[in-house]
Design a protein around this ligand. Sequence first.
Ligand SMILES: [Cu+2]
Length: 316
Amino acid sequence: MNTVTRLGGFALGLVAVFGTAYGVGRVVDPGVPAAEIRHDGDAAHPDGEHDEPVDRLPGGLLVSDRGYTLAPVAAPAGEFAFTVDGPDGRPVTSYDVAHDKRMHLIVARRDLSGFRHVHPDLTSDGTWRVATPLAGPGQWRAFADFTPTGGEPLTLGVDVTVPGELTERPLPAPATSTSVDGYTVTLAGEPQPGRTSPLTLTVSRDGQPVTDLEPYLGAYGHLVALRRGDLAYLHVHPDGTPGDGRTRPGPGVTFLAEVPSAGTYRLYLDFRHGGAVHTAEFTVVAGAVTAGGDPRPSGTAPTGEPEHGTPGHGHN
Ligand SMILES: [Cu+2]
């Protein structure tokens, strides 16, 4: 291969990278409908009844959105504190209850380890306080999931560094079964890029199905999904609620997950049994996968990851 050809190949590679970057930029632009994610049901409403975009960007990627800003504040050792500053620049003091709480604080390290889901207390000046869920050194992402009274539901995210010796934890391989606190939890269903798909998590203990799960946050489980690479925080809705006459307290709990792109995700299921909350974690891959294990961009949404080693890109 001569130099000109090699340069040509290099230029093509650059085009591919910039093409991807442009795709990401379009996702960020709130005015571009290409990145809108719609519920499956929209196809059944040609009258336009549900034409409003459900989401323009996954949650948790922004520290400030729609006039609201997540702001950590100084706190005593062992405590984590923050405010949500509203459009007037002052801490918000009035919130709506969603999933049984006015504020859900989720934290995870950037390597997707250390997940915790806690519920801070609001003081009258608008400061949320909680015993710190940041369990040790690392680069953490903190997500505040809330609905300001009179506003829309929001998930804002902010990076928090806990100094100390950092140990990077490798992401566990994809699996459909995991153990936590003596329970075995299995996962059925595959997230599909660009649309809503059901995921069912089934809980057993000592080989016996658990059929007396206790309600937690208005459901028989609470599922959070974070995308590897940027920790996008995904909307996952329980399919059915306790007392609705059809939803049973286990062993299976079904969620409807909206996955915005092909890629690797970490799922965190909080469920309550025996008076305690347990968290089962899974690594899942959405979309087609290459032999090397890297997800390929799907036709429905950009992954934000340039492909390497693809034939024709001239990297030889
Ligand atoms: Cu919560």
